[in-house]
Design a protein around this ligand. Structure first.
Ligand SMILES: [Zn+2]
Length: 381
């Protein structure tokens, strides 16, 4: 893999990742782009402890552009996109309208008096930094990147070949290592939203990476559950869950030598699969070569099965693919895994997050996890 780091016209980083070690990249960004001020802060909800990002500058972002104006396609003489090159393998760039940024500052009117603008290390209860515990806020320091999986506008991740999917895995790994070293970053989240039903505003196959300045709420819950399990049994929660699912494989969808994918016992979504490496690791950077080599084949199979779930001739299955990685602080028990799920429950019907889910975080799933696993095995071919 060859990695070439360049800058876009407004100073944002653009990184090409090429399978060809001889690839040469020096195309300049010819657009007249002004730098965007990143006005963002994170606020802690005193009732739940959850951090919420308030990014008041994002309303101007591009929304469903026509195909010939796609910002993720390679540039041509007629259309200058975010990628100056005429072609690429995988390209990563800093989001022009990020929710989190290394130079983030609260917007005027957002900044709370209790939050000095460049104070990033205040923790609740820190005696060095007394503050109002009900109005904790910090600048939204972090980074948001866009990962273009392919130059082919009409493809999807499931259309990639194994060597390209492997390149994407290596890119996620590279970005996890780089972003987790940024000052103030606590957790790196690589994900893909696929399909207009999920709220994707650009059709071009791409994912995103968020480098958060806090541990995300779902990870906080997992860490608490793992700590409880450790206290009661002396064992790791994720290792025990994986072992239990593999021992009674009614919910196992597929497995290889190094990875197993199963529908979780208490799945929240109509079709939801968790893919774990058999060896517990904290994040993508700790995967072995053998684990990396096996991942693309299994993951592509899962995505292709998702596209076959509801039969032929439908719009592609909308899905979210979310990498769970250990945060820097307090994540020793967390196990790297991928959670893949769709909000489509049957042909023409989506699972909406209504009162019980959005109001109370209490999910009602209309598809039994065992039936979902059975279906995901049936559509193997
Ligand atoms: Zn495109």
């Amino acid at each position: 893999m060859r990695k070439t780091t360049t800058k876009l016209a407004d100073g944002r980083e653009l990184i090409y990742f090429d399978r060809d070690d001889a690839a040469f990249r020096d195309e300049p960004d010819r657009r007249p782009l002004e730098p965007v001020a990143n006005l963002s802060e994170v606020r802690r909800d005193p009732a739940t402890g959850d951090w919420v990002t308030v990014a008041a500058h994002r309303q101007g972002r591009i929304y469903h552009p026509p195909t010939d104006q796609c910002p993720l396609c390679p540039s041509t003489n007629d259309h200058l996109s975010e990628i100056p090159a005429a072609d690429y393998d995988v390209a990563v760039f800093e989001n022009r309208f990020p929710s989190l940024a290394t130079d983030a500052a609260p917007a005027p009117g957002l900044a709370h008096p209790a939050a000095p603008q460049h104070e990033v290390s205040r923790a609740p209860g820190d005696p060095e930094h007394p503050h109002d515990p009900f109005h904790l806020a910090r600048p939204g320091v972090g980074r948001c990147e866009v990962v273009c999986f392919t130059a082919d506008h009409d493809a999807s991740f499931a259309d990639l070949d194994e060597s390209k999917a492997r390149l994407v895995l290596d890119v996620w790994t590279d970005r996890t290592a780089a972003l987790s070293r940024l000052p103030g970053v606590d957790q790196v989240f690589c994900f893909e939203n696929r399909g207009a039903e999920i709220g994707v505003t650009l059709a071009h196959p791409h994912g995103q990476i968020y480098a958060f300045p806090f541990t995300t709420p779902r990870t906080v819950k997992m860490i608490a559950a793992a700590a409880d399990h450790r206290a009661r049994t002396g064992r790791n929660l994720f290792e025990d869950v994986l072992a239990a699912e593999r021992a009674d494989p009614v919910r196992v969808v597929l497995s290889g030598e190094h990875w197993t994918a199963f529908v979780p016992f208490a799945a929240r979504w109509p079709y939801e699969v968790h893919l774990y490496p058999h060896r517990r690791v904290a994040d993508l950077t700790e995967l072995s070569e053998a684990e990396r080599a096996e991942f693309p084949g299994l993951y592509l199979q899962l995505l292709r099965r998702f596209d076959r779930l509801f039969g032929e001739g439908l719009p592609p299955t909308p899905y979210i693919a979310a990498w769970h990685q250990a945060p820097r602080r307090g994540g020793a028990e967390l196990a790297l895994h991928l959670e893949l799920f769709t909000i489509r429950r049957t042909v023409g019907k989506l699972k909406f997050l209504a009162g019980v889910e959005s109001g109370m975080d209490a999910f009602v799933n209309d598809v039994s996890p065992e039936a979902a696993a059975q279906r995901l095995r049936e559509v193997a071919q």
